[in-house]
Ligand binder design. Structure first.
Ligand code: HEM
Length: 215
């Protein structure tokens, strides 16, 4: 247990935990997006994908618990880092100018993080089998029903833009933390981070619009 207190006690330890858990979420989002793209194949394709996933049984349960654990670590350590940064600067700067390449993405990380946390709670209450009785209906019907509401479509599209913004800085930041901040690699990493965040924002964000207006 000593490694845990040492890791949590040091600033770089906390940043490393953020990086490793953040990278796992990027992996999860890539998988989740790939699965959700079956929506374009119609109800049977999407329901078939969900059935395959659920057929994994205990393996799926282990992955879900693992994901939940990583999520709890990411949120708690993120909040601790935010609080420590806040405490370290009790007097706000009159001019908020940072020489360290501050971007909208980097400055808004704690806020976009909290919005994503709220989105995930809302999202699970909409679609997850842990919260929605899926007997007698299909996952396609549940999703398609939700996106008949313009409020849901609007909330999801906005949430996907927030996810894109969070990932755009998180991707860059995690490679800095794991020590790949070499002038030779960073420009490429910045571009890949931007591409990944645009793919997530557009890939997820277009789905509710497609279901509401096209499908
Ligand atoms: C339009 C965008 C999205 C759609 C249509 C969608 C759809 C779904 C559906 C249908 C489920 C339930 C799967 C099941 O119980 O069989 C689900 C679960 C989940 N989604 Fe999404 N999702 C979207 C975006 C996102 C985003 C951006 C995140 C994360 C930031 C996310 C995180 C999750 C999580 C954590 C679960 C629970 C996984 C599990 O229980 O195994 N989703 N999503």
């Amino acid at each position: 247990m000593k490694w845990l207190t040492t890791t949590l006690g040091s600033s770089i330890g906390k940043k490393l935990l953020m990086a490793v858990t953040g990278l796992s979420f990027i992996g999860f989002l890539a998988g989740h997006l790939a699965g959700n793209l079956t929506i374009y194949g119609g109800a049977d394709a999407f329901n078939g994908y969900a059935e395959h996933l659920h057929a994994l049984g205990p393996f799926l349960a282990v992955a879900e618990f693992g994901l939940l654990g990583l999520f709890v670590i990411h949120v708690l350590v993120g909040l601790v880092l935010f609080w420590q940064n806040f405490k370290a600067r009790p007097v706000r700067y009159a001019v908020n100018r940072s020489p360290g390449g501050k971007t909208i993405g980097s400055a808004s990380m704690p806020y976009t993080g909290i919005l994503i946390l709220l989105f995930i709670l809302f999202h699970l209450s909409n679609f997850s089998r842990f919260f929605v009785d899926q007997s007698g209906t299909t996952i396609y019907q549940i999703v398609s029903q939700a996106f008949q509401s313009p409020v849901y479509v609007g909330l999801y599209v906005l949430a996907m833009l927030v996810v894109g913004l969070h990932v755009s800085h998180g991707f860059w930041s995690l490679f800095q933390t794991i020590g790949l901040n070499h002038p030779k690699y960073m420009p490429a990493i910045t571009v890949v981070g931007l591409v990944v965040s645009v793919v997530f924002a557009l890939g997820f964000g277009f789905l509710p619009i497609y279901i509401a207006f096209i499908a």
